[in-house]
Design a binder for this molecule. Structure first.
Ligand code: AMP
Length: 416
């Protein structure tokens, strides 16, 4: 199929051509005609399937046509909610790319940065708003954003909203939307809460499912190294001596771990940046743009920070720690192998993580080949004993309590 068979208006066809897209991806060829007919949609698709264009193109075309029918110049008519700031930026950029010849305006709002430029953009008039739920609720609370004109609404990565604890914020936003609207909900997985939410907000929806989680990874070459926890860093440095690892996204289970890996790589002369929830928005953007431009070779990330980030041409994904949820493994390695290009996923597994590996292999329905020959073979074959809790003095207890009390707020501010 070609984009010209989708009944798209010429400003959009021209933009798609400019992007270099030749054929619509499966979700695009299925969803675009349905959405252009005004149907509600339940999209079971993860990042990398082309889902953004699948909803952005019909929104742009519908708004363009309605404006051409004599409606107001710029008025807020479409809202896209995304779980992370990075995804919001990318989705906003996609609307700008696909809509560059339509004259429609898009604004992106998220937390962690000053609100003034975002408020100014809203005041100047926009047609499409891409937002994270926390900041959007803030602005609504301050009466700086009015959703009464929304006629098209997208909830993107709904399962991630749930994982990240944003579902309450999302529901608050939905309660403010006009009932008469077209709604699209995208989710890679369908936990019970999301299925119930979909049921309550979609009207007679069509369901479009593409690349079920496990088949998306078939084109990715996967390996596992059995290695003790203490040797993972040395093994990583050793592997990165191989120049064919042009760009690697390294996953760490914790923020602290991500920083440690990043420092260790820098000490070994390997350019690396880290992104995680404790980094400022500026530091995250810097690390990401350094990586995207090829200035840094390695990006170390936690799962939440890496969510929704679109990195073209990523050659390797390295699981420094294995995730305890097998679906997370699939999400992680799906970062490489975008647009059918293939890619390599390397995982480090210590004795404690063997159960995680078993679950992952069960989900994949196959065994991941093990690399036996390497300089740091596993030597510890028993579970790590839990460390006894230290006995603290009263002063130490108070310092810890003070730290605990100050943390969640910082985290919330960062996450929005
Ligand atoms: P998404 O799943 O929306 O995050 O898109 C993943 C990547 O695929 C992005 O880099 C898009 O620019 C790219 N893309 C989307 N649609 C197409 C298409 N029809 N042909 C080629 N690349 C595409």
């Amino acid at each position: 199929m070609h984009f010209t068979e989708l009944n798209l208006i010429s400003p959009i066809l021209k933009a798609v051509e400019r992007e270099g897209y030749e054929h619509p991806s499966p979700i695009q060829s299925e969803a675009i005609p349905l959405l252009l007919r005004g149907r509600d949609l339940l999209g079971c698709a993860q990042t990398g399937t082309g889902k953004t264009a699948a909803f952005a193109i019909p929104i742009l075309q519908t708004l363009y046509k309605r404006r051409a029918d004599g409606k107001a110049k710029h008025s807020l008519r479409a809202l896209v909610l995304t779980p992370t700031r990075e995804l919001a930026s990318q989705v906003g950029q996609s609307f700008q790319d696909y809509g560059r010849y339509t004259g429609l305006k898009t604004a992106v709002i998220f937390g962690g940065v000053g609100q003034e430029p975002q408020v100014a953009a809203l005041r100047a008039g926009v047609d499409i708003l891409v937002a994270t739920p926390g900041r959007l609720n803030d602005l609504i609370g301050q009466k700086l954003c009015d959703l009464s004109g929304i006629c098209m609404f997208v909830l993107d990565e709904a399962d991630r909203m749930l994982d990240m604890g944003f579902i309450h914020d999302v529901k608050k936003v939905i309660a403010l939307l006009p009932r008469q609207r077209q709604t699209m909900l995208f989710s890679a997985t369908m936990p019970k809460e999301i299925a119930a939410l979909a049921d309550s907000i979609l009207r007679d929806p069509v369901t479009v499912a593409v690349t079920p989680v496990s088949s998306a990874v078939e084109i990715i070459t996967q390996f596992v190294y059995f290695v003790d926890k203490a040797n993972k860093g040395k093994l990583l440095v050793e592997l990165l001596r191989d120049e064919s690892i042009v760009s690697g996204l390294v996953f760490s289970r914790t923020k602290h771990g991500a920083d440690r890996i990043c420092k260790m790589l820098s000490r070994a002369g390997i350019s690396a940046g880290a992104i995680h929830g404790d980094k400022s928005q500026g530091a995250r953007q810097n690390a990401l743009s350094g990586f995207k431009s090829g200035k840094t070779r390695i990006l170390v990330a936690t799962d939440i920070a890496a969510r929704g980030i679109d990195i073209d041409q990523l050659s390797h994904v390295i699981n420094f720690d294995l995730p305890n949820e097998p679906e997370t493994y699939v999400h992680r390695i799906g970062r490489t192998g975008r647009a059918g290009l293939g890619g390599i996923a390397i995982s480090f597994c210590n004795f404690d993580e063997k159960a995680y590996l078993k679950d992952i292999q069960k989900l994949l329905g196959k065994e991941i080949p093990v690399i036996e020959e390497h300089p740091f073979p596993m030597q510890i074959f028993e579970p790590t004993k839990p460390q006894p809790r230290p006995v603290l003095t009263r002063a130490e207890r108070e310092t810890r309590a003070a730290k605990r009390n100050s943390k969640p707020m910082a985290r919330q501010r960062n996450r929005r």
